[in-house]
Design a protein around this ligand. Structure first.
Ligand code: SAM
Length: 267
């Protein structure tokens, strides 16, 4: 047994796990704060760190309490991989590590660039990122390299929208500024097969369904074409009506959608 005491907590404003990036995307225009616990002398431990533009955070996946030897990564085909060959949160000791941009230090607060931690994540340690020690760009990257090569290739499936799905998506974008068409086309164009983390499943009637944010789309696959049939809110009407405003993604848009388009989906 080993007892660890967090040195601080991150403030990212992302409260749900699905809101956090899978890895810190450099393109994301985000800034976050790491607040160190006061009264422990940690401020002195930050001396000389300002010269580093990137630091490692060693942290706790505190929202997880189970682990699995084999996990299904969100990227690539639906193949389970050994947990130690992944960056999955479902690990025996729940330790995360993230190289994050260090933008500024103000007393015991560190201003950070994009990172993949949810709000309130406990941080155990900070280390400087040293390119000469930490960067080996020519090393092999196993199954992730194969997935990246697949993603670099053009999408394997064409996408067709039914007139109904087309009008529904247009209406959502126009009236509510909700537009998940690019994400849907990217996901389904690459691989429309059932996948838990891509939220694609086969329905009992043989058609498929994908979850995209708070929305659902039904689709069929014919040879190399994905036919998107219709869109629905991801939540049943009664739940939407009884929930507090804002407690469900796109809550108002989902209620308005049901009013405008109705739903053929079972409650
Ligand atoms: C794929 S992991 C990678 C984390 C880290 N870069 C690593 O390699 O150890 C990132 C995901 O962990 C999840 N996550 C972030 N903070 C978490 C926390 N405190 N507890 C549980 N899961 C968390 C989010 O879903 C995020 O997308």
């Amino acid at each position: 047994m080993l007892t660890l005491q967090p040195i601080g907590f991150v403030r990212t404003g992302k409260h749900a796990k699905f809101q956090a990036l899978h890895q810190p995307a450099e393109s994301a225009q985000e800034q976050h704060i790491l607040e160190l616990v006061p009264g422990q002398g940690y401020e002195n431990g930050l001396r000389d760190l300002t010269g580093f533009s990137r630091i490692w955070l060693i942290w706790w996946f505190h929202k997880n309490d189970t682990w699995r030897p084999m996990v299904l990564p969100p990227r690539g085909p639906a193949i389970r991989r050994g947990v130690f060959a992944t960056r999955s949160p479902h690990r025996p000791n729940f330790l995360g590590m993230t190289p994050v941009q260090l933008l500024a230090i103000e007393k015991n607060r560190l201003l950070l660039g994009p990172c993949d931690l949810v709000d309130g994540t406990p941080v155990f340690d900070i280390k400087p990122y040293i390119p000469a020690y930490d960067s080996f760009p020519d090393e092999r990257s196993g199954w992730t390299g194969e997935v990246d090569a697949g993603l670099a290739a053009p999408p394997a499936f064409a996408i067709e929208w039914s007139p109904l799905a087309h009008d529904q998506a247009e209406w959502l974008a126009r009236e509510w500024h909700v537009d998940f068409r690019p994400r849907l086309e990217e996901l389904l164009g690459r691989d429309p097969s059932p996948h838990r983390t891509r939220r694609i499943k086969k329905r009992p009637d043989g058609q498929f369904q994908i979850g995209c944010g708070g929305w659902l789309a039904d689709f069929a696959v014919l040879e190399k074409t994905v036919h998107i049939i219709r869109i629905d809110p991801g939540y049943p009407a009664r739940l939407l009506e009884e929930s507090e405003p804002g407690s469900i993604p796109d809550h108002a848009a989902q209620l308005a959608f049901l009013k405008h388009w109705g739903s053929t989906r079972d409650a």
